[in-house]
Structure formats: structure tokens, C-alpha cells
Design a binder for this molecule. Structure first.
Ligand SMILES: CC(C)(COP(=O)(O)OP(=O)(O)OC[C@H]1O[C@@H](n2cnc3c(N)ncnc32)[C@H](O)[C@@H]1OP(=O)(O)O)[C@@H](O)C(=O)NCCC(=O)NCCS
Length: 377
């Protein structure tokens, strides 16, 4: 390195924004969402109430909530052109996160001045995911039902069945739990894009790209796959040790900020338990708990100084599986929750932030001599 400067490659020690949206206390294992403790608000608020809180900094009263719900429900339909894109993506069996990114980008179409782009993108993302999922499976998309809540309508568009209250409550608890989490990679991406005075659709599209990666939102599918791979409690230690010996990371463990157990894991565990009441499912739940405790032991031996603990993705996998979602829908469903945070951060960045422009330290040569193409060969 030729320049005298300190580099922080993961920006872990940089505070790049002031926010009123969420506070992540990694040492205490506490998450505050706009003033409320996660464990108080996530299992009780509807997703619409949560969105209103993040966008307007207070919970809505009854009439505000019903107007907010109606406004959101009115923007769920997808233009034909979006459906054409989703159809082409389904024909190529593209990853659903790629499809979601492409579908979301098309939401710039038909955005009249009177439509709030944040409301539009939050309303339409479940329609994009559900339509893509159905098309990939050779089924026709199901039109949204404006009488249903945001969460209930998502499940309805996936299956064609109106979900029971308990399932909707579990999904809302999940969406609320992941709605915001400080300056994580996807939220930071959204803030960087909007900091240039770009637009909401561009910011959300970039954030979807960041969320896709296995080190961020892509972990719950592999976490559940690992539990299935282990299959029996006595295999847990061997499989986990083999993965570590092969240089693999154990999905669902470790976190940049938390040095204790991720508080979101407990909220999701509480919500997941009730879905594993019958015998077959209970076995899976018990196996997952066993795998967790073995993984924690082996990881503390492997990297004692890192204090690697269970993160949100491990219990996301269990809860979403309990709700009946296949693993391919885990990360897109995360996006359907996190878009609440992305849009709130983008608004906050527009109101209070500067263009994000860190420096880089040049480490290349300084004195290369130019050679023409003839001289080079
Ligand atoms: C979340 C995560 C990216 C945080 O990364 P981080 O704080 O930047 O930690 P680092 O990547 O610096 O890792 C520090 C060390 O601990 C190890 N480590 C971290 N998490 C690990 C895990 N889940 N399994 C095995 N080793 C892990 C890393 O291999 C690294 O070792 P190295 O220094 O020899 O490369 C990381 O813990 C991880 O990859 N977890 C698994 C994926 C996951 O569950 N993601 C969802 C996050 S909510």
C-alpha cells in the first residue's frame, strides 16, 4: 500500500449515517425498531403498522391505518410488461432473486406523479415473487385480493388459498423482525444509490442485488439444507466439522455486529415453535435445535475469539418452512420484509444525508512506461 491511511475494508468501524429507524446493540443483543423493542413490536404489529411507523415515525390510528392499507392494496397489480419479463425469467428458470430484481426494475413503468414510488414498490414486490414462483412451477399467476392484508395476500397469491390467522400472524412476525437492521449491506446499497439523488426504484433494485448474496440474505436456504443433510442428531458433529475442514462457513451463524445471540433468532423461534406441533415436524424442530447447539460448540472451538452465535437466518429457515414456504422463497420473502427498511432509509437519506463517497487507497504501480500495441507484442 503506497498511501499512509488506515483501510477498513468491511467498513465495520465506520459510522456513515444517522438514523431514527433501528438501533442494533451487538454487545447486549438488543434491537430497537423506531423506539420499540423488537420482541414487543414484531409479534404484535401488522406489517402495515410497521411500515407506517418506519415512514412516519409513529404508529397509525384506526382511520390512518385503514387508509394506509387501502393505498397499499391498490398498488398490487402488475403491468403486462412486468408479467412478460417474469414469464421469460421463469422459462430460463432464473434464480427468484434475479427475477425479483428484474421485475422490480420494471415498476418505473406506469409510475404517475400521484403514485408514491415507495408505496408502489412495497405493494408490488409480493405480486412479483408470487407470480414468478407460480410461473416457474407451470401455474398461472393469481390476481391480488385487495380485501386481504399485505401478508395474507402474499400467501394467497402463492397458493390460491386464503391463509388462516395463525399463519398470517407468523408471517407478519417474520416480516416485522427483518424489516430493518441498521446499515446492513443491502440498506447501505439503497442509501448509496439514493444519496446521488437517484430514484426509489433504482435504490430498491440495487438493494435486492445486495441481499441476494449468501453472506447476507441468501443464508436461510443453505441453513435448512444443512439440517436436512445432517438428518440424524448423531451426524451433526461430523457434518459440521467436515464443512469447517473444507473451509466452508456454517450458514445461520456469525454476525458482523452481534457478539451475542441475535435477538431476532428468539422472536422467530417463539413464532416457529407452534408450527412444529405434530410428530413428524416436531422431529425436524428438535433436530434443528440439536444442530444449533452442536454448531455453537464446534464454532466456539474453531474460532474462540470470534464468539460466533446463532443469527436470524437460522430461525428464519425454521419459521418459513413451518409456514409452508419452500427454500427458494426464503430470500425473496426476506426482501418483501426488508423493502420496508430500504424505502424508509432511502427517504431518510434524501432528507438528511450527503452523497456517499468514501476514499480508496491506491496500491498499484506509479511509474509504468506507456508502450504502444506493437511494442507490447
Ligand atoms: C455473517 C458473516 C458474513 C459476518 O462476517 P464478519 O463479521 O465479517 O466475519 P468475517 O467474515 O470477518 O469472519 C471472521 C472469521 O470467522 C469465520 N466465520 C465467521 N462466520 C462463520 C461461520 N458461520 N462459519 C464458519 N466460520 C465463520 C470466518 O471464516 C472468518 O475466518 P477467517 O478470518 O479465517 O477468514 C459471517 O459470520 C458468515 O459468513 N456467516 C454465515 C452466513 C450467514 O449466516 N449469513 C447471514 C447473516 S445474518
Amino acid at each position: 500500500m503506497s498511501e499512509a491511511t488506515t483501510i477498513d475494508p468491511g467498513l465495520g468501524h465506520v459510522t456513515a449515517a444517522e438514523t431514527r429507524l433501528s438501533r442494533v446493540d451487538g454487545e447486549a443483543g438488543q434491537l430497537i425498531i423506531a423506539g420499540y423493542r423488537l420482541e414487543d413490536i414484531a409479534p404484535n404489529a401488522s406489517f402495515e403498522e410497521m411500515l407506517h411507523l418506519l415512514w412516519h415515525d409513529r404508529l397509525p390510528n384506526t382511520s390512518e391505518l385503514s387508509a394506509f392499507r387501502e393505498g397499499l392494496a391498490a398498488l398490487r397489480h402488475l403491468p403486462d410488461v412486468t408479467l412478460d419479463v417474469l414469464k421469460a425469467a421463469a422459462a430460463e428458470k432464473l434464480d427468484l432473486m434475479d427475477t425479483l430484481r428484474m421485475g422490480t426494475a420494471t415498476l418505473s413503468l406506469g409510475l404517475s406523479d400521484w403514485i408514491d414510488p415507495a408505496l408502489r414498490v412495497v405493494a408490488a414486490m409480493p405480486s412479483i415473487v408470487a407470480a414468478s414462483w407460480r410461473m416457474q412451477n407451470g401455474d398461472q399467476p393469481i390476481s391480488p385480493d385487495s380485501s386481504l392484508s399485505h401478508a395474507a395476500n402474499y400467501l394467497y397469491m402463492l397458493t390460491g388459498n386464503i391463509p388462516d390467522d395463525e399463519t398470517v400472524r407468523a408471517l407478519e412476525t417474520y416480516l416485522n423482525t427483518v424489516v430493518d437492521h441498521g446499515l446492513n449491506a443491502s440498506t447501505f446499497s439503497a442509501r448509496v444509490v439514493i444519496s446521488t439523488r437517484s430514484d426509489m426504484i433504482s435504490a430498491v433494485t440495487a438493494a435486492i442485488g445486495a441481499l441476494k448474496g449468501p453472506l447476507h440474505g441468501g443464508a436461510p436456504g443453505p441453513a435448512l439444507d444443512m439440517v436436512f443433510e445432517i438428518a440424524q442428531p448423531e451426524n451433526a458433529e461430523r457434518v459440521i466439522r467436515e464443512k469447517l475442514a473444507n473451509g466452508e462457513r456454517i450458514m445461520g451463524f456469525g454476525h458482523r455486529v452481534y457478539r451475542v445471540r441475535d435477538p431476532r433468532a428468539d422472536v422467530l423461534n417463539d413464532a416457529a415453535k407452534r408450527f412444529f406441533s405434530d410428530e413428524g415436524d416436531r422431529d425436524l424442530y428438535n433436530l434443528a435445535r440439536h444442530v444449533e447447539s452442536v454448531a455453537l460448540d464446534v464454532l466456539s472451538e474453531h474460532r474462540p475469539e470470534r464468539r460466533l452465535q446463532t443469527n436470524v437466518e437460522y430461525y428464519t429457515a425454521l419459521l418459513l418452512h413451518g409456514i409452508g414456504l419452500p427454500t427458494e422463497l426464503f430470500t425473496p420473502t426476506f426482501a418483501i420484509g426488508r423493502v420496508g427498511g430500504w424505502t424508509a432509509h432511502a427517504r431518510e437519506q434524501l432528507a438528511t444525508g450527503r452523497i456517499v463517497r468514501p476514499r480508496s487507497a491506491y496500491s498499484g504501480d506509479l511509474d509504468r512506461a506507456w508502450l504502444s500495441i506493437i511494442e507490447r507484442s
